[in-house]
Ligand binder design. Sequence first.
Ligand code: HH2
Length: 263
Amino acid sequence: MVGVVNVTPDSFSDGGRWRTPEDAIAKALELVDEGADIVEVGGESTRPGSTGVSADEESARIGPVLQELCPRAGVPVAVDTAKPEVARLALGLGTRVINDVTGLRLLDADGLPALAVLAASAGASLVVMHMRGDPGTMQTDPRYEDVVRDVGEALAGAALAAEAAGVERARIAIDPGIGFGKTLEHNLELLRRVDALAARGYPVMIGVSRKSLFQKLLGLAVEERLEAGIAAAVAAVLRGARLVRTHDVRATARALRMAEALL
Ligand code: HH2
């Protein structure tokens, strides 16, 4: 399980909660105590409608956290970024996983996916997530011919490009990007068909915690979404997801331990 700490003023679930590096580090260590196998730090919100921040701003947010957290965490630390400058800084500070919500969109001068090249040179792992469009516009009428097939093909293509850039296959996970350029029905279909994504041959990560699909489906405000998030995470794991990304580690870890005992 991947525990999430966003050091942003505006993330939809925990924005502004961890105002100082000390607060963010304490929260990350708490998530490790609660059972996170990986702890992820993000310095830019990608919530629908967000416009992004500069690499300098993102680096200034996460640098002091990673510097102290990486040697102390006792588990691998991940960074949630799409920017090579930020990923380079994070890897230099000891981060072991790059989580790219753009699915390796950015290419370097050689035409290779820039974040995959960086991960390969550091021997780091890579999460390739699917997003249609960008956060500013992604929820404006997203369309797919067949969402499970289209997302699966895009992810498999990006994962192969990462391998071609030198990332070991065993170090790549794919993530359908629940809520990133998808309607409620698209999200539900992807969650129902995690098995089809897993059949692409890479471990599947699912991030649902506190997302707006619970508002759309069940009318729940962001602070009311814990149980629904756990149910979705458990269902995803029973259908073949190998990694769950969550803000609610303790409760999700308990539920997943129980579910996994029944697999
Ligand atoms: N979801 C968010 C951000 N990064 N990465 C992966 N691999 N999968 C996800 O589902 C995913 C992700 C959005 O959640 P959060 O980080 O809490 O919000 P924000 O983008 O507002 O910081």
